[in-house]
Design a protein around this ligand. Structure first.
Ligand code: NAD
Length: 359
């Protein structure tokens, strides 16, 4: 039975990097006879320009009917002055929420070939392989009430609400424990339970859920300490489980441990394993249109798609191995370039991965 994949390129470098990922998908189709139907849709600023909204109904309908979605990135200075509900980022938050993509998986893996690209000492990051499981559709980014109000006397006050239901905590905890069972069986849950009631409940429910996974060792850490530990001794972590906002911040910090934001994929899954796959970086307007962006995070997002939504773990491994091969060959886009390596364009990097897949 064929699998439907929707590609949403978005803005900035989105079209350049997704073009390379689609090339890889097409190569997989031919080489491994994968029965895929690849469609495309608009999101973000590009969708706003064409339809007046960052998330057109047609895009949402395509995404709802698909087995998996591949997203480039959204946003750019052109749309920063728009009302908040029209901004490209609203398209992204909207699709995550509409599809119930509550589990965000963000691996931070350091390829041995790139150990020098990290700002941390090589011995601290060599062989780093951690997975951040971030709750994606709840917490302070979605809590109501929210807004900016005018107080008596005319002073303005901004307010947001941090809210987590037991069921929301339980389902993301289960995802983290299940993933840990396939890794080193350690979960560190990160919260701020010393000051936030929502975090107190988070800690309690995660501990309850852990009883269903007796082989997994659970620990808890406050978010401020976790930020410090991530740059002090990141290899102590296997799976990090955390809330929407803490995960947003900590995963960018973890990304930097690996040297380049251009190397890291992510997956956002619903209850049934349907997912949206995207690089963790943004639309990089500063380099858009120059053909220099690193497409590997998007290509590695395809590997995550193969693993989590298309149930092809062997093909996922093959694709990850092909990325290792091009790095072994010394090929580097500008963001990961070092003296002694060969600088290549976005397109040349995509072509090299396709070639490596054939080996
Ligand atoms: P960014 O991730 O776009 O860029 C940060 C830096 O990393 C830039 O110097 C950029 O050139 C570089 N970079 C990013 N991806 C790269 C790649 N593949 N190859 C080489 N270099 C790369 O973050 P930003 O500058 O803070 O945000 C730019 C826009 O992207 C904003 O509008 C922001 O809202 C949006 N954004 C979107 C997403 C998303 O779509 N998921 C995520 C983050 C930011």
């Amino acid at each position: 039975m064929n699998k439907r994949i929707v590609v949403l390129a978005g803005d900035g470098i989105g079209s350049e990097i997704t073009a390379e990922a689609v090339k890889v998908l097409q190569a997989l189709q031919v080489q491994w006879a994968l029965d895929l139907v690849i469609e495309s849709g608009l999101i973000g600023g590009a969708a706003y320009e064409a339809t007046g909204t960052p998330l057109p109904e047609q895009t949402l309908a395509l995404a709802q009917a698909a087995d998996a979605i591949l997203l480039g990135a959204v946003g750019g200075p052109k749309w920063e002055g728009l009302e908040i509900h029209l901004r490209p980022e609203k398209g992204l938050l909207g699709i995550r929420s509409a599809l119930g993509l509550f589990a965000n998986l963000r691996p931070a893996i350091l390829y041995p070939q790139l150990v020098e690209a990290s700002t941390l000492k090589p011995e601290l990051v060599a062989d780093l392989d951690l997975m951040i499981v971030r709750e994606l559709t709840g917490g302070i980014y979605f809590g109501q009430p929210r807004g900016i109000r005018c107080l008596e006397g005319g002073e303005r006050e901004g307010f947001n609400t941090l809210v987590y239901r037991e069921s929301e905590i339980r389902r993301i905890a289960r995802v983290a424990f299940t993933i840990a069972m396939k890794r080193n069986r350690r979960v560190c849950s990160i919260d701020k339970a010393n000051v936030l009631e929502a975090s107190e409940l988070w800690r309690e429910v995660v501990a309850e859920e852990a009883k269903e996974f007796p082989e997994v060792k659970l620990s808890h850490m406050y978010v401020d300490n976790a930020a410090m530990q991530l740059v002090r001794a990141p290899k102590q972590f296997d799976v990090i489980l955390t809330t929407n906002m803490f995960g947003d911040i900590l995963s960018d910090c973890a990304a930097m441990l690996t040297g380049s934001i251009g190397m890291l994929p992510s997956a956002s899954l619903d209850e049934k394993g349907k997912g949206m796959y995207e690089p963790i970086h943004g639309s990089a307007p500063d380099i858009a249109g120059q053909g220099v962006a690193n497409p590997l995070a998007t290509i590695l997002s395809v590997a995550m798609m193969l693993r989590y939504s298309l149930h092809e773990p062997d093909h996922a491994l093959r694709l990850e191995k092909a990325v290792g091969t091009v790095l072994d060959q010394g090929l580097r886009t500008a963001d990961i370039y070092a003296p002694g390596t060969v600088r290549v364009s976005t397109k040349e990097m995509g072509d090299a991965v396709v070639t490596a897949l054939k080996d």
